[in-house]
Design a protein around this ligand. Structure first.
Ligand SMILES: Cc1cc2nc3c(=O)[nH]c(=O)nc-3n(C[C@H](O)[C@H](O)[C@H](O)COP(=O)(O)OP(=O)(O)OC[C@H]3O[C@@H](n4cnc5c(N)ncnc54)[C@H](O)[C@@H]3O)c2cc1C
Length: 554
């Protein structure tokens, strides 16, 4: 819709491009609200989503970055957004290609025409570089015909707004607890941005592109054709029925999950007690996949929790979900502070190093769930078959790969990036870097057998994913290698022996392990962290260890 004006300085036509990326929703979305305001003063609005090949590439370590299940979830999320926008009288242009090219193609070039691109601010370099390139190209294209273009990057992915942080980003605490204390005591979570009303974005200018087109898996720029086939198969046949729950992408599904977890099932009020579970859909919120793509806003989740607290009840559990969402914020700001260091082998710490190894056999066994450690194998099989793994599982498998096997932890982060439905660059790489001890915080080396006894004492979760162990009695499920020979023979056990691990000591990190400490999220939750080692040399190393084991986790 053009705006006629007699002022020669005013553009004759303004186009607003909402470049959706990891904010696939209309509720509490600052870009959408800004577009509606610009529309009210006469602009036309073109919402667009781009499947950019950058995110489908193969990593430096040879793993296709975007797997079939994650792509399915993204397709569903984009489709749901399109449906919602259509219901509002607008639409969503969906394209496959380099983002900068697509955004440039949407740029108006006529003299006295203006294009405004609205996009959510990203925190990691690939994304921020992408929008710098898009902005440059968009401006160049606009100039060719004497037009004008500008970008507005709008913050929107965290619970606490970046502008409200009570410190400069360079002063962001490197450990979680001081960060949480500061934001909780000095910042308010901002109110929700109202959703657009019907017609608020106007109708789309159909000349901007083919709004009828929607990609099939075979249209996506997967690293291999097989992934497109796998994605299509997941769409038609569904995900492995042993899955924790049926994750379907999209804002409407995300809002339904919030409604279920809080209001229908009231699971919220027992979260603190159940959050270390591994089996089923109910032990935790399972909101991460939707949060990662922005199908739900963390502020919306917290506003619903606050409502629940005032209408039904407030307890440690209701608070603890908010606590976890602050972890999510922490890693976003941490990524912003440290830039590409979170992707580097030696991470963000300058005073610690470790001898990382390449060990194809251990890595292969880890990836395929054949390490001989039932807890590791069950979790890795769940990830591969469903795209999800509990937080408890993630901590254990990360500890095993990085600290027990000593394998370059970035292989693990790559694998998670491929499979995790909730893959989020800052959360994944930040958590991996921390799990590997490379953020400088406390090193949480988990004793896998003890963790099994603590969190899956009867082996229900393990048997769910490792059917070879179905006849192993609970007393031996944590470590079947310790089973008496006659029992092994009796049940005809067909399960790998524990893979041989290197003798690897903490001195590689500059110290030996410190005393056990209680842990929050991201490390050992609820103070059940299993410290390991110590031995006869421990006392003399303790003092030195103290600084190294200063807790990042709380
Ligand atoms: C090695 C490793 C890799 C991880 N990779 C990711 C990732 O790519 N994306 C991701 O969202 N989470 C990641 N996590 C964090 C955490 O395991 C998941 O957020 C959680 O298991 C998702 O399940 P949920 O939604 O039921 O979480 P809940 O237990 O219900 O927690 C609620 C929400 O809080 C946030 N949250 C909780 N713990 C963390 C944490 N440690 N770091 C950041 N946010 C957190 C998530 O948004 C989560 O949805 C990783 C953890 C580890 C140890």
């Amino acid at each position: 819709m053009g705006k006629s004006t007699s002022d020669p300085m005013e553009p004759s036509r303004t186009r607003v491009v909402i470049w959706f990326r990891n904010d696939l929703r209309v509720h509490d979305n600052a870009c959408v609200a800004r577009a509606a305001a610009l529309r009210a003063s006469g602009a036309e609005v073109v919402p667009v989503f781009v499947f950019d090949p950058t995110f489908f590439k193969t990593s430096k370590r040879g793993v296709a970055r975007l797997g079939a299940a994650r792509a399915k979830f993204a397709l569903e999320s984009v489709e749901d957004l399109k449906t919602t926008l259509k219901a509002l009288g607008s639409d969503l242009l969906v394209r496959v290609g380099e983002s900068e090219d697509v955004v440039a193609e949407l740029t108006l070039t006529g003299a006295n025409e203006r294009t405004i691109v609205l996009t959510q601010t990203e925190v990691t370099s690939e994304e921020t570089d992408m929008d710098v390139r898009a902005e440059k190209k968009c401006k160049a294209v606009a100039r060719t015909g004497g037009g004008d273009a500008r970008f507005e990057r709008i913050w929107g992915s965290t619970l606490y707004h970046i502008d409200d942080l009570p410190f400069e980003l360079s002063d962001l605490p490197d450990v979680f607890t001081p960060f949480r204390n500061k934001v909780e005591s000095k910042c308010e979570v901002r109110g929700l941005i109202p959703s657009p009303s019907n017609g608020a974005l106007g109708s789309v200018p159909t000349s901007a592109g083919n709004f009828e087109w929607f990609p099939k898996p075979s249209d996506l720029p997967f690293a291999t054709p097989k992934l497109a086939q796998d994605c299509a198969a997941l769409i038609s046949n569904g995900v492995d029925e042993r899955r924790a729950m049926d994750f379907k992408g999209g804002e409407s599904q995300a809002l339904a999950r919030v409604k279920y977890y809080l209001w229908e099932s009231k699971l919220l009020q027992t979260y603190f007690e159940t959050r270390n579970g591994m089996l089923g859909g109910d032990y935790s919120t399972k909101l991460a996949p939707w949060l990662a793509l922005g199908c739900v806003s963390p502020r919306y989740v917290v506003s619903e929790i606050r409502k629940y607290e005032s209408e039904i009840m407030e307890n440690k559990s209701t608070y603890w979900v908010i606590f976890e969402l602050i972890w999510r914020d922490f890693y976003k700001f941490f990524a912003l502070k440290y830039g590409n260091k979170i992707f580097h082998l030696h991470g963000t710490c300058s005073n610690r190093s470790a001898a990382w190894r390449e060990d194809d056999a251990a890595l292969k066994a880890w990836k395929s769930g054949m390490t001989g450690y039932p807890l590791i194998d069950a979790n890795m099989r769940e990830l591969k078959n469903t795209g999800f793994m509990s937080n408890r599982g993630r901590q254990n498998v990360a500890s095993w790969l990085a600290l027990d096997a000593g394998v370059d932890w970035r292989h693990g982060a790559d694998w998670f990036e491929h499979y995790l439905l909730d893959y989020d660059t800052a959360s994944n790489w930040g958590n991996w870097c921390a799990a590997a001890g490379m953020t400088g915080g406390r090193i949480n080396k988990f004793n896998i057998v003890k963790q099994t006894k603590d969190y899956d004492p009867q082996g229900e979760y393990i048997r769910h994913w490792v059917p070879e162990l179905k006849d192993v009695p609970a007393a031996h499920i944590a470590d079947p290698s310790q089973m008496p020979r006659d029992l092994r023979d009796k049940i005809n056990l067909n399960y790998p022996n524990k893979i041989k691990l290197p003798q690897r000591s903490y001195t590689e990190f500059g110290s030996t392990p410190g005393p056990k400490r209680g842990g929050g999220r991201g490390g050992g939750r609820g103070g059940r962290t299993a410290g390991r080692g110590g031995g006869k040399n421990a006392p003399k190393h303790r003092a030195r260890a103290a600084s190294i084991y200063e807790s990042i986790y709380g």
